[in-house]
Design a protein around this ligand. Structure first.
Ligand SMILES: [Zn+2]
Length: 83
């Protein structure tokens, strides 16, 4: 069964379809989360690519932040050694 989400695709503007719904208990209430996809497979492929790019960017930011933290730690150690 295809249920329309009333949530248009950000690229082609077609009504996205709900491909999967998850139900989970959060505290005392049941939360329903929907996984939505564009009905156009080519368009969805573009979205997947974009999401992968964004994820890569976020991961890169995380790595850079960790590296800065590590450098800061090393600098602090070097300062202590010189003192
Ligand atoms: Zn689309």
């Amino acid at each position: 069964m295809v249920k329309h989400s009333g949530n248009p695709c950000s690229i082609c503007g077609k009504d996205r379809i709900v491909v999967k719904t998850f139900q989970e208990m959060v505290g005392t209430s049941m939360i329903t989360t929907s996984l939505m996809k564009c009905p156009d497979p080519e368009c969805q492929a573009k979205i997947d690519k974009q999401l992968a790019k964004e994820k890569k960017f976020r991961d890169g930011m995380k790595v850079a932040a960790e590296r800065r933290l590590q450098e800061k730690k090393e600098r602090a150690q070097n300062t202590r050694l010189r003192a």
